[in-house]
Structure formats: C-alpha cells, structure tokens
Design a protein around this ligand. Structure first.
Ligand code: SF4
Length: 288
C-alpha cells in the first residue's frame, strides 16, 4: 500500500483497511496537536485513491471496514467522497462500513442533504474531536468553533443517520481549568448525545504551541490523580445515553461502560484507583 506517513487511526479501526483520501489536516491549528504538523494539507487525486483501493484488493481480497484517513477526510468535496464510497463498495461487495475523522467545521459546512446522501452511500461512522465543551478553552486551543457550534456539528451527523464517536481530552485545561473543562464538556456531551464517547489524556507534544506554553510555565499539566479527579467530575455529570471508553493508550485508567446505567460502577472504579494509584498505567506505557 502507498501511504504518506505518519498515519493515524482510532483504536477501534485497528482491523480496518486505511485509505488516505486526504493528506494532513485542513485545520492543523489546534495548539495541543502535533499529528499532522509536518504535512501540508491536500485532497488526493481521486484516481490515485481508486488505484489504492484496487491495490488493496490484491493484498487483502476481502475487506469489511474501511477508514478514510488523514485528519479529516470529510473536508473533501461531497461529490468526490460519494465517488470513493461507490467505488469502494463496488470493489468490496462485502464491505460493512466506511468511517472517517471529521472536523467540526467540515460538518458545519456540509448541508444536511449532503450528509444524508453520504450515509446512504455507506459512510456510516464519523469520529469527531470535541476535546472540550468549554468555549473559552476551545478558543484558547484554536479549535475553530464554539461549544454551541460543536454541538450543532455533532447533532448534524446524528440527525442524518451517522453513528458518531467523539473524543474528549482529559487534562486539556491544565490545573487551573480542570473543573470547568470537565463540567462544560459533560454539558456538551449531554446536548450532543453521541453514540460513543472516548476519553484521551493529554500528552504534551514538543514543538506544539501548548508545549511552548508549558515550557514558559504558563500551562500547568495535571498529575495522574488529578486526571482521575477530572474524569470523575466529567462522568458524574454525563446523563445522556453514550458508550464510554477510556481504552486509548494515553489514559492512566482504561474504563468501558454504558452511560448512564454504568455510572456508579465507573465512579467506584475511579475512586478505587485514586486510593490505589499502583493500578494505573505507568507513565512509560502511555502513548498516542
Ligand atoms: S486536533 Fe484534529 S482538527 Fe485539530 S489540528 Fe489535530 S487533526 Fe486537525
């Protein structure tokens, strides 16, 4: 396969065929993110993408899941995305789903009719980086949208039939903003009602603006126990139906449960882990 590295995918796409529809991230401004800093954003030529799908057929034969990379394949014009979807389902008749990362701005720019059509033609799951529900913090990290716009972006995917998986970033507000970040994020999750909510824990990446703030003493990261306290503040306020996971390698404590039913069970696990920090993932095993 021809890939322009580095390549990222959500943990749940570990067994999916990855096809790069775009290279890099069209936003590429979030102060904590180093994923695509070395890549200039571009939409790949549609014939190249089709060639990759054909090449993959020779390797894999059968494919049930495709993940469209890079940062936000949804930035691609809708007619081109539809062409790729049609082609992928024609080459792989057994294909069950196509998924992609979506930036909030990409979702806001597309019309409901476009998203509905994408769903109809097989784009079944989108991963949206919410990061925080705190509007001030969203501005600070340069996410490009307010909390209200973030909710609208997520709702737009859901009301048009797309399964939505959102990621939130524990520790993003630092020590000072921890409580507000947790509480405002819970509000956004409750309003959005995503099918899946995944928590990641902030890892400071050298070279990013947030890391520079940290070096100048302007950003004070949470310690292990503070990340658990923040997670607790968040979970205790989530009242909507969502499948919650913190199984990403960046987290100190892997949790999985259905909210709101499993809330008490999850809170007990967090409390136990705060009293017994030796059960937490050691620093050297954390990763992105
Ligand atoms: S967090 Fe997502 S939207 Fe922001 S720069 Fe990174 S890849 Fe792009």
């Amino acid at each position: 396969m021809r890939y322009e590295e580095p390549l990222f995918r959500p943990p749940s796409e570990a067994y999916s065929l990855i096809i790069q529809a775009t290279i890099g991230c069209s936003h590429n401004k979030c102060t904590f993110c180093g994923m695509y800093r070395g890549k200039r954003f571009r939409i790949r030529d549609i014939d190249e993408i089709k060639e990759d799908i054909l090449l993959s057929k020779e390797y894999y034969g059968e494919v049930r899941r495709i993940f469209l990379a890079d940062g936000n394949a949804l930035a691609m014009p809708t007619d081109q995305l539809l062409e790729i979807l049609d082609f992928a389902y024609a080459i792989y008749p057994e294909l069950e789903r196509v998924s992609a990362y979506a930036g909030p701005l990409d979702l806001l720019k597309k019309g409901d009719d476009e998203i509905r059509e994408l769903r109809k033609r097989g784009l079944k799951l989108l991963y949206l980086g919410v990061e925080t529900g705190d509007s001030e913090l969203l501005k600070k990290i340069r996410k490009g949208v307010s909390a209200e716009e973030m909710v609208e972006a997520g709702r737009k995917a859901i009301r048009n039939g797309i399964q939505l998986s959102v990621t939130i970033l524990i520790g993003l507000g630092g020590k000072e903003g921890s409580f507000r970040h947790a509480k405002e994020t819970a509000k956004v999750i409750n309003e959005m009602e995503p099918h899946y909510t995944a928590a990641l824990t902030l890892i400071l990446i050298p070279g990013t603006p947030l890391h520079k703030e940290y070096e100048r003493g302007l950003f004070k990261p949470l310690d292990k126990l503070e990340t658990l306290q923040e997670l607790r503040w968040l979970i205790e306020d989530i009242d909507c139906r969502t499948i919650f996971r913190s199984n990403h390698a960046s987290n100190y404590l892997p949790i999985k449960g259905n909210l709101p039913e499993d809330k008490e069970k999850i809170l007990k696990i967090i409390d136990y882990s705060m009293r017994n920090p030796e059960v937490l993932r050691p620093e050297f095993l954390r990763g992105l």
